[in-house]
Design a binder for this molecule. Sequence first.
Ligand SMILES: [Zn+2]
Length: 371
Amino acid sequence: MCWCLQSRYSCALGCLRISAHKVRSCAPCELSGASDMHAGPLDWPAGGIEVLGRCPVCYSNSRELLHEQLLDRLFGTPGLWTLHRCECGVAYLDPRPRSDFLYLAYRDYYTHQRQDEAAGIASLMVRAKALIRRQYVGAKYGVRTRHSPGYALLRLFPAQTNALDAFMRHIPMPWGGRRLLDVGCGDGMFLAHAQLAGWNVMGTELDARAAAQAKSRGVEVFLGKVEDLLQSGVRFEQITLSHVIEHVADPRAILSAVRSLLVPGGACWIETPNIDAYGHQLFGPAWRGLEPPRHLQLFTRERLRLLCEAVGFQAVEDAPWHPDGWVVLEASMKLARQLDLKIDKGEIKKLRYFGSQDPEKREFITLCARC
Ligand SMILES: [Zn+2]
């Protein structure tokens, strides 16, 4: 999970304010201060650092310096960080936090907070919109009729339906008691909706507070690494990783475990920030997707596709474009102001358009990989 996105996803069926041309943070995100951006102290604890010397994806030591002196301006985590670009295209932190010190980067992370429909009490209009969205999701992703008014109405608004389809992670219909696993499920909002649609759901989560929030929604949560599920013998028809792979120390290991947990013909939906995004080109060190030190590595679309194939996925395709990446641009504007970077607003408009056309340059890489 990741930053404001979690808040937005949490509210996608309730309070999210979204239109074809504008995306804003939801109320709980603003109230919780998650959108406040501030610099933290400079010192990461002694002994809490590990030096890689090579790419965590392809293991090459051929690289160039991409950014240095990076700060966590979102949650005030201590440390100054350096990002390298491997010859394979992946960008990675080196040095980076040791796994047993990573909790320092997540103490104020917002997935600890349950952010749900309570924020959508504002008005009848908000409730009506939420009802329409739920009808759309229920009709398209659940085992219900498609003749609901919300489904018919929302199909007239492609940006809205694209956002809701992304919220539901483009999962298929849950016929026959099929099982879905969400890796890094956070507060469990997505799982709760997948369960309502008819999926037999389960989440994995490393953070006990986030796991407790997810359980409070009535979903099953495994507190631990997804790799530890392999011994259980349970297998899934669908697995999702939403803004997870950039956070893990060994992305190859987690994808390999996911592949092993899928039944033959099963599918994995995966989304992560795109280091080749137009937004990164425009904003440089102020690009929101960098998020040091929680984002340990950032992929290109091609490198992520190749990694999926390397661990045994047979077919890897782009998921449909959706406008969620635009929130990265608004957050990057705030960071650019902090860094006194002058960004032409005309460039942002161009970026919104072109960024939606080319999957190599979108803010997010969103892939569906099949066994
Ligand atoms: Zn590499």
